[in-house]
Each structure stands twice: as C-alpha cells, then as structure tokens.
Design a protein around this ligand. Structure first.
Ligand SMILES: *[C@@H]1O[C@H](CO)[C@@H](O)[C@H](O)[C@H]1NC(C)=O
Ligand SMILES: *[C@@H]1O[C@H](CO)[C@@H](O)[C@H](O)[C@H]1NC(C)=O
Ligand SMILES: *[C@@H]1O[C@H](CO)[C@@H](O)[C@H](O)[C@H]1NC(C)=O
Ligand SMILES: *[C@@H]1O[C@H](CO)[C@@H](O)[C@H](O)[C@H]1NC(C)=O
Ligand SMILES: *[C@@H]1O[C@H](CO)[C@@H](O)[C@H](O)[C@H]1NC(C)=O
Ligand SMILES: *[C@@H]1O[C@H](CO)[C@@H](O)[C@H](O)[C@H]1NC(C)=O
Ligand SMILES: *[C@@H]1O[C@H](CO)[C@@H](O)[C@H](O)[C@H]1NC(C)=O
Ligand SMILES: *[C@@H]1O[C@H](CO)[C@@H](O)[C@H](O)[C@H]1NC(C)=O
Length: 473
C-alpha cells in the first residue's frame, strides 16, 4: 500500500506530466501541416517549395512518395515530415518482412533523424480502389511489417498510418448514423486496421472535403455551414443530441460513430487532406478565392485553438491536420477544381493571404474578392477548345473524341451541318461538346478537360444550322 506522501507526490507528478503532455501536444499537434503534391509541370524546385513552406510557418509537410531529393532538402529544416509508400508496393511489403525492412533502410535511414520523418503513410486511399481485394487485404499486413521494420531500427517516434477517403462511408448523416460502407470487408480490414492504430497509438487518417459534400448537395447543406460561418446556428443530431456548427465536425464525427459501431470508441482522428478549391468549372459552384480563404482561415483557427477543440463527440482532442495543397497541380486529370486547390502560385506568391499560425484576425486580412459563383449555375454549358490550345494537339484530341463512336462527330462529316468552318478549333469544340454531353453522367464521369485542351463556356458556339450539343443544368 502506498503511503499518503507518496500518493501525493505521485499525484503531483502525474498532474505535471499530464499537463505538460497535453500542453506540448496541443502546441505541437495543433499546428498546421501542408500537403506538397508535385503533379504539375510549372512548379518551382523542391528547394524553393521548402523555403516557401518555412516562410509560411508550416509545421508539417506531407509528400506523396519518399523522394530522395525532397527528403535530403528537408534535413536542414524543422518541418515534421510525412512520407508515403505507393499502393503498388503494398502486396510485396505485406508478404515479406525483408521487403519492408529494406524499404525502411532505403527510404528512411538515409535521412532520419536529421529529416524529421514522423509519419509513414502506407498507401493512399487504398479502400477507395474499388473491389481490389488483393490491395485491401494487404493493407494492414503491410502496415504491421513497416511498423516492425521501424522497431527493428529502434525508431520510436515515427507513426504508421494510411489516409482513407470519405467514400469508405456508407452514411455520414446525421453523424450519429455514421457507418462504414456495406461492401467493405469490415471485419477483415477495418477492425484489424483500428486495432493496429490503437495498439501503436497512431491516427486514423482521413481525407475530409466539406467542399465535395456541399457540392453534391448545395441545396440541402448551407454553404455557411461548410465554411464555418454559420455562427450561432447549429444542427442538433437527434441520435446523439450533439450540436454541430460546421460540416467538418459532422464528417469527422460520422467516422467516429462508424468506428464506435464496430467496437472502437477512442480512435484518434487526423486529417490527412482537407481544403477548398479557389477556382473551378462552371458546373462547380462555390470554388472561388473568397470561400477558399474563408474555409482555410477558419479551419486553421479551429485546429490551432488552445485548449484544443476536438469535435462535439470527442471534445478536447487534438486533430493533426494537413491542408491540401501547397501548389495548384496542373497535370491532374478530372474536373477543374482538381487543379486548383493550391495555396501558392508557382512563383511562390500566395493566391490569398493565409496565416498558418491562426493568430491573425479576419479584419487584419485585406479584403477578399466577392464570391461570384456560390449559387449553382442554371442553364446550358458547352465544352469548347481552350483559347491557348495547340492546333496539332487539338487535331489528335479531335480524332480521339470522334473515335468514341455513338455518332459523336456525325455532324462534322463533309456536307453535314458542322463541316464548315473546316478548322481544328471549330471541329474540336464540336467534338468536345458532343462527347462531354454524351458521357458526362456516365459511370467513368467524363470531364470537360481533354488533357487541358478544353474548357466550359456558357456562350453558345452554334452557328448557322450547326447546333453544338450542350449540357443543361
Ligand atoms: C464489385 O464486386 C461486386 C460483387 O462481386 C459487384 O457486384 C460490383 O459490381 C463490383 N463493383 C465494381 C465497381 O467493380
Ligand atoms: C536496437 O536496440 C537493441 C537493444 O538495445 C540493439 O541490440 C540493436 O543493435 C539496436 N539496433 C539498431 C539497428 O540500432
Ligand atoms: C457569421 O458571422 C460573420 C461575421 O460576423 C458574417 O460575415 C457571416 O455572414 C455570418 N453568417 C451568417 C450565416 O449569418
Ligand atoms: C452568438 O451568440 C452569443 C451569445 O449567445 C452572442 O454574444 C454572439 O454575438 C453571437 N454571435 C454571432 C456571430 O451571432
Ligand atoms: C444543443 O442546443 C440546444 C438548443 O440550442 C440546447 O438546448 C442543448 O442543450 C444543446 N446540446 C448540447 C449537448 O450542447
Ligand atoms: C485501445 O488501446 C488501449 C491501450 O492503449 C486499450 O486500453 C483499449 O482497450 C483499446 N481500445 C480498443 C477499442 O481496442
Ligand atoms: C475510451 O477512453 C475513455 C477515456 O479515456 C475510457 O474511459 C474508455 O474505457 C475507453 N474505451 C475503450 C473501449 O478503450
Ligand atoms: C446528370 O447528373 C446530374 C448531377 O451531376 C443530374 O442533376 C442530372 O439529372 C443527370 N442527367 C442525366 C441525363 O442523367
């Protein structure tokens, strides 16, 4: 039995330790990380990018590989680093401890500890790869092997995680109704994953995009709710009686409740990606500088608040957060927003002012441009050749689109309505509009992009008896 003095000493010791742990955790984890993706052909050098990150007061950086160049350059900095193992390497790493050991020897040891590697992400959005059961079932074994490989090197301050997308969720609303997708091997993959994360004291990393949720349902979800500007109005979850003032908290708590349903009530969440696009297509409302700045500024204030805010279901917990993304990445496929999540222009100038420390007040920022596209567009849209498109590239893209069959380019044949004018720009614009109108809603979701050669317009390019197919919203 412990005597009273010892008990008191222990209690004081405990109080100091837990206070300083909480304190330092908040001071550390409450700081902001930035995703540094490099899928662009106009980006500055890694050296410059890292200088920008430091000037911005970023606390962490997350890269999508383990680039020797980037890891070497980071060695001189105080940035905490998250590196990633590509999905294709998971099966080998999962089935062979030696491969995992070798990966750590080649990708961590040359830089660590000078480069402050703190997270190794095993794969990216692995469970979003539909029906790839080989990949799915290899996820946790790969994480375990990488964890063993780290332990073998006596390294104790690198956590192993894996970022998952919100499409792992069957339902997210109300948050208390949160549930993982039915077609997912919950007991074969998710339970072992949560067990691994719990045992290793790691985080459940999620890529959480309130913008995308709002975009799917702009009439049901208020934009203010998504931008943290709903102020005092709140949503009361009837299942939990918790009150929500923003969409991000709702989405995070839906994951919390889904994990709770399969037996894990204390999962620590981290946000591996979040952000807001500053520009997008005509059919992507809400993507503008005003909203991007508003979202990220409020996100940062929330993340850096001390004491930590957590979420309604898990108040007070620290949620490490990485904003997506440092730069616009012009080589990304998909809708225009995909290429416009950046914080900085390629020359390093901010696209909008953003204080990553969270200290700056709204009134201390200069005035933002008015949001111009917050209401969903109603009307017709065409998909035409971009103004700066190269003529030879247009000719190739035109052939490709016309080979899509289904009479896409019927009207472009000699003697047909759209044969004249016989120009690459006119023909490609017709082919893009026709192809896009036909396949926009197909399961593989064709976008008005065509490798950067196309853009949306509300100006009808039709002429004479030639009618360009359009999409009506
Ligand atoms: C996945 O597999 C299920 C069952 O085998 C099937 O019904 C479903 O269509 C598949 N989904 C995809 C995207 O391939
Ligand atoms: C790790 O620590 C153990 C026990 O202290 C030691 O035997 C081993 O050599 C160390 N391994 C490395 C790679 O430093
Ligand atoms: C919330 O407050 C801010 C700042 O006062 C204001 O700009 C914004 O319009 C308010 N939002 C709503 C939904 O009233
Ligand atoms: C929110 O409510 C509090 C008290 O209920 C009030 O003091 C504050 O001004 C309100 N803020 C906004 C932005 O409406
Ligand atoms: C939620 O808000 C309602 C109404 O404002 C209030 O009565 C209730 O106590 C709040 N619940 C919690 C858990 O804060
Ligand atoms: C998580 O880990 C802790 C020990 O670190 C343990 O007490 C707890 O039961 C675990 N939770 C679950 C749901 O496994
Ligand atoms: C979750 O954490 C709370 C508070 O630390 C603890 O009381 C509870 O037992 C934990 N639950 C599990 C399943 O570990
Ligand atoms: C195409 O998808 C949009 C939503 O993106 C929907 O509003 C529209 O009704 C769909 N059109 C057709 C023809 O299926």
């Amino acid at each position: 039995m412990m005597d009273k003095a010892k008990l008191a000493r222990n209690w004081i010791f405990f109080a100091i330790v837990s206070f300083s742990l909480t304190f330092s955790n908040a001071m550390i984890s409450g700081r902001i990380g930035i995703n540094y993706g490099r899928n662009g052909d106009n980006l500055p050098s890694a050296f410059e990018a890292i200088e920008h990150l430091q000037n911005m007061n970023a606390y962490r950086v997350k890269i999508f590989d383990a680039s020797p160049e980037v890891l070497k350059l980071l060695s001189g900095t105080k940035l905490q680093v998250s590196i990633m193992i590509p999905n294709e390497q998971l099966p080998d790493i999962a089935s062979n401890q030696d491969v995992a050991d070798q990966w750590v020897i080649e990708n961590v040891l040359p830089y660590y500890p000078k480069t402050m590697i703190r997270y190794i992400m095993v794969g990216n959005e692995v469970l979003s790869v539909k029906n790839d059961t080989v990949l799915w079932y290899n996820l946790v074994p790969a994480m375990i092997n990488v964890h063993n490989a780290i332990k073998l090197q006596n390294i104790s301050n690198i956590k192993i995680g894996t970022p998952l997308a919100m499409d792992i969720m069957e339902s997210t609303f109300p948050p208390s109704n949160g549930k993982f997708r039915d077609d997912m091997p919950v007991y074969e993959v998710l339970v072992p994953l949560l067990n691994f994360l719990n045992k290793t004291n790691s985080f459940f990393f999620v890529n959480v995009y309130p913008y995308l949720s709002w975009l799917e349902n702009p009439n049901k979800i208020s934009l203010d709710f998504a931008l943290f500007t709903a102020n005092n109005s709140s949503y009361n979850d009837p299942g939990s009686s918790l009150n929500y003032t923003n969409l991000l908290d709702q989405m995070l708590d839906s994951v919390h409740f889904a994990a709770l349903k399969i037996g894990y009530e204390n999962v620590s969440l981290a946000i591996s990606e979040t952000g807001w696009p500053h520009s997008g297509d005509i059919d992507q409302p809400g993507a503008n500088i005003h909203n991007a700045a508003t979202y990220n500024r409020n996100l940062i204030r929330k993340t850096t608040a001390f004491p930590p805010l957590g979420t309604p279901a898990r108040p007070g917990v620290v949620i490490p957060t990485f904003i997506f993304s440092l730069f616009d990445e012009n080589l990304k496929p998909g809708p225009r927003t995909e290429r416009n999540w950046g914080l900085l222009n390629p020359n390093g100038k901010p696209i909008y002012e953003l204080d990553l420390t969270g200290a700056r007040l709204d009134r201390e920022y200069s005035r933002l441009p008015e949001p111009w596209n917050n209401l969903p567009f109603k009307g017709k849209i065409w998909c035409v050749a971009a103004v700066d498109a190269n003529v030879a590239d247009l000719r190739d893209a035109l052939d490709l689109a016309c080979n899509g069959g289904n009479g896409i380019c019927e009207s472009l044949a000699p003697l047909k309505d759209c044969y004249q004018p016989l120009s690459e720009v006119a023909h490609a614009s017709y082919a893009f509009s026709s192809y896009w109108a036909k396949y926009r809603n197909s399961s593989n979701g064709v976008h008005c992009h065509f490798n950067g050669l196309a853009m949306q317009t509300t100006i009808d390019p039709s002429h004479g008896s030639c009618r360009y197919p359009s999409v009506t919203l």
